[in-house]
Ligand binder design. Structure first.
Ligand SMILES: C[S@@+](CC[C@H](N)C(=O)[O-])C[C@H]1O[C@@H](n2cnc3c(N)ncnc32)[C@H](O)[C@@H]1O
Length: 253
């Protein structure tokens, strides 16, 4: 079951959920630029790029960026956000599935942030994604992504309500342990220019992957180095990643 975010949700996402991308972008860039030797290939592929906020940070620092996402609604917002870079063809945003894609360009850095790869249904899809990434990475290039862990997904259960003057958001979370899945049913009402409230509904699921299997699969695919880390210390390998709510995975070709 692929998950492409809808048009109304894309607009809300752009307004409300940019903080994560804004926070991690400079940290990922700094890690990558410290690891690569000069001249640093300033080419980025952003898988599940969403509304392009991470892409924008890299564009502002001179990178050529390809954003790939399953949702044409999210990509439409990304194109608006990065409009000036489209003109110069420094950026492009393409519809595609992170689980299986091919591109006509190689990249020094490939990223997938804010649970994007938790949206894949199983380890076979994740492995297929790793193969696709490996194919487009330059030698010694880096693949950096985050995952919610099983421990992290346990927090998804229950109902939360966010009540603001222009937006009411109701999140209903269901954790299905046996499937290692967490589902969120999101219903939102947001105020239009004519003062009416418009409703949208979205269902999102996250798959929790066994992290040892993730590392083993990356190595099988051919990555020469793999470690887990917290976002605030991407260089420091974590000894017990399953104890975290979310981890970053850093893999070098
Ligand atoms: C939680 S958002 C993260 C967006 C962005 N990376 C960020 O950091 O804000 C997940 C994104 O992944 C996209 N997505 C979900 N499944 C996908 C797939 N199989 N291939 C590509 N994109 C996918 C969704 O459309 C959405 O834009």
């Amino acid at each position: 079951m692929p998950q492409a975010y809808g048009e109304k949700f894309a607009r809300i996402y752009n307004m409300r959920w940019s903080a994560f991308a804004n926070r991690v972008s400079p940290l990922i860039r700094s890690f990558y630029e410290q690891k690569m030797t000069d001249p640093i290939p300033k080419t980025l592929l952003d898988l599940g790029c969403g509304t392009g906020k991470l892409a924008l940070h890299f564009l502002e620092h001179g990178y050529r960026v390809t954003g790939l996402d399953l949702s044409s609604a999210m990509l439409a917002v990304a194109r608006e956000n990065a409009q000036e870079y489209l003109v110069e063809e420094q950026a492009r945003f393409v519809v595609g599935d992170a689980a299986e894609f091919a591109l006509d360009e190689d990249f020094g850095l490939v990223v997938a942030t804010y649970d994007t790869l938790n949206h894949l249904p199983d380890l076979a899809a994740l492995e297929s994604c790793f193969h696709s990434v490996y194919e487009v990475l330059l030698d010694a290039g880096w693949f950096i992504f985050d995952l919610n862990t099983l421990a992290g997904l346990h927090r998804w259960g229950g109902v939360t309500v966010q009540d603001e003057p222009d937006l009411v958001l109701i999140n209903r979370g269901v954790v299905v342990k046996e499937m290692r899945r967490a589902y969120t049913y999101i219903t939102g009402f947001f105020r239009q220019e004519d003062e009416r409230f418009e409703r949208f509904d979205e269902v999102v699921y996250n798959t929790a992957f066994d992290l040892e299997a993730v590392a083993a699969t990356l190595r099988q695919v051919g990555f020469s180095h793999v470690h887990f880390a917290r976002v605030g210390a991407l260089d420091v390998p974590l000894p017990a990643p399953e104890e975290e709510g979310r981890v970053f995975i850093l893999a070098q070709k």
